[in-house]
Design a protein around this ligand. Sequence first.
Ligand code: PMV
Length: 330
Amino acid sequence: MSEAKKATARAHPNIALVKYWGKRDEARILPHQSSLSVTLSPLSIEATVSFEGSADRVEINGKEAHGKERQRVLGLIDSVRKPGGLGPVRVVTRGDFPAAAGLASSAAAFAALAISARAAAGLPRDVRQESILAREGSGSASRSIQGGVCIWRRGDLADGSDSYAEQLVSESHWPELRLLVCVVSDAEKEVSSRDGMRHTVETSPYYEAWVADAEVEVTRAAALIRARDLAALGTLAERNAWRMHATALAADPPVCYLRPSTLAILEQLSPARRRGLPVYFTLDAGPNPVLLTLADHESAVAGIAREAGAKDVVHCTPGGDAVVIDRHLF
Ligand code: PMV
């Protein structure tokens, strides 16, 4: 290992089309099933890590982090600083989109953090190890190290060393694909994805059925992405999102991430398809749907979302790899 220093990285968030929902190991963040996602450009988060000073300092989006948030960041840092014999750290992260609104901000933050922490500790770039480290901060972050479409294989080993994401295709495979994040609420959600999935695993009678078809859905989704078949992929993504939300709705007590404003957008999609518009949705653990379409139909789809009540529509394309950058945040 070379001399400890300061490093900064930038990562995009991702949106899962076959979702991760439930852990078999809470501490290591090992999932019950594999998942598949598309990296989202231009949204991004930067993180600077520097082993310096006399006490740990963690700043997220301009505010000192406390409690669980700070512990999660320092937990990831400990994975590199303990083996490296490194001292106190200063961490600053900054993003260009609202946190905790179902836009996978933690995925981009922990991916940027994993890369910058390893680089600051003098470790060489290694996408597999970065994916594993990012996963230990937030499961979905394992899929934000590389661009394009990534698959996080659940793995079988108890230590998590075979549970990491790999790229299926790069962002240049399907440049016409558009992902429109429809913001109906940017308020922090009441039940985090972490708590929602734990509660679902523990209490939902539908959970086993959810896990049972996930692996084959990943294989099907991968083939449809290779074939650039939006209609079939969109149908699969909608089915997967409904099933994830169905498991949560069947938990006891139920967890409902959908809002009337979410449904107001979703109910426009079947009529739009009947009019010939290719548009499909997916929905993470929050109220903001993400619409899948193609470049030629992007403005028509955004118009439908706004008319149905979206306060903002963020236009995304498949994003590239997370990168180390020279400009530090402090
Ligand atoms: O990694 P977390 O704890 O933010 O969980 C992400 C869960 C979903 O966003 C709902 C699905 C997914 O695969 O990203």
